[in-house]
Write a protein that binds this ligand. Structure first.
Ligand SMILES: [Ca+2]
Ligand SMILES: [Ca+2]
Length: 206
């Protein structure tokens, strides 16, 4: 999933920790939503939703219609502002490489979103169909089920899914720590080299 260039959403800023918009940004989004809501129903139907997502993202028609059905969980055939807001935060998280952080922060909402049939578990097929929303690689899927399906029913219940999101954040933090360590070691080596060079020049001048 990619945000198209020159989109309004490039002007919004997603909080890196909580993966939500600021009050000011949320207000701007409300105004944007009202512009899309031409029938003044405080909701978008599938056609409005399709043209909106086609305009701002590179999602295919089947993907857009799937997202519509996922968000329209009560089957009313319309998307209200709350669902729209959540979708925009998912798009923004994807754009800022914060998908895993989003899954961790909003694990319950994400779990309900991925549980297409509403059976309170996420099956491999459900995860496969929705993985484009959170940038989960196809090759990761079987490993996720191998590692986190503790009950062995080939489905992830909420607890198992929650463990997966915690693991993702842990891995991300470890990677960030390792990167920081490498950068610090590199900076220290550079300082040392500069000092050695300064010593050498002073020695030559004597
Ligand atoms: Ca399910
Ligand atoms: Ca399970």
């Amino acid at each position: 999933m990619r945000l198209k260039p020159k989109s309004f959403f490039h002007f919004l800023c997603l909080d890196k920790i909580y993966c939500l918009l600021s009050v000011r940004n949320a207000r701007a989004l409300t105004a944007y939503f009202h512009l899309l809501d031409v029938h003044k129903k405080n909701s978008l139907n599938n056609l409005q939703f399709y043209y909106f997502l086609r305009h701002v993202t590179n999602l295919s028609k089947p993907q857009i219609m799937l997202v519509f059905d996922l968000l329209d969980w009560d089957g009313k055939g319309e998307i209200g502002f709350d669902e729209f807001y959540m979708l925009v935060c998912i798009i923004m998280a994807h754009e800022n490489h914060l998908e895993k952080q989003f899954m961790y922060r909003h694990s319950h909402a994400v779990f309900e979103l991925l549980d297409i049939d509403g059976g309170h578990t996420v099956a491999p097929a459900e995860f496969q169909a929705t993985r484009f929303l959170f940038n989960v690689r196809k090759t990761e899927l079987s490993q996720i089920f191998k590692d986190f399906d503790i009950s062995g029913d080939e489905q992830l219940n909420y607890k198992e899914f929650r463990m997966f999101t915690i693991f993702c954040i842990d891995r991300q933090q470890r990677k960030a720590k390792d990167k920081l360590k490498r950068e610090m070691a590199k900076a220290a080596a550079e300082v040392e080299a500069e000092e050695e060079y300064a010593d050498f020049t002073r020695f030559k001048q004597k």
